[in-house]
Design a protein around this ligand. Sequence first.
Ligand code: DQA
Length: 157
Amino acid sequence: MSDRPLLVLNGPNLNLLGKREPAIYGTDTLADVVRLCVETAAPYGVTVDARQSNHEGQLIDWIQEAREEHAGIVINPAAYSHTSVGLLDALSACDGLPVAEVHISNIHRREAFRHHSYVSAAASAGVIVGCGVQGYAFAVERVCRLLKAPLSGVSAP
Ligand code: DQA
């Protein structure tokens, strides 16, 4: 199971990271985030399969694939966090796979409609909120630690 890649999923509008509302989301791009995830997982011998979609059904299809093909999931569901029972159901069907949810911004300090995430109920490995893009590193580290110990001689960042 842990030789499978870790699925890092990003939802709608996160392809615009770096350009989109930088005062809220910062100036790092999605490519920077993916690099951070890859570097964080490497000391554990875990590879990263990073995908982004603006489409709810595509995200659900990928989550269903993960049941057979991935070791765990780190997901920033973006706006679908606050609306999607479909994503919750897909993640709930990934029984046994660690799932960590990330939000770059602190959704609890923002508009009331962002305070609730449907996805959190399926986040078996935890929810990381408001740590900027560093939250992805925390989430990847958390899932990797649940999967396996760091390779000997390689120090985790
Ligand atoms: C977000 C927070 C969501 O409310 C928002 O719709 C996003 C990004 C975050 O990472 O802070 O697109 O998930």
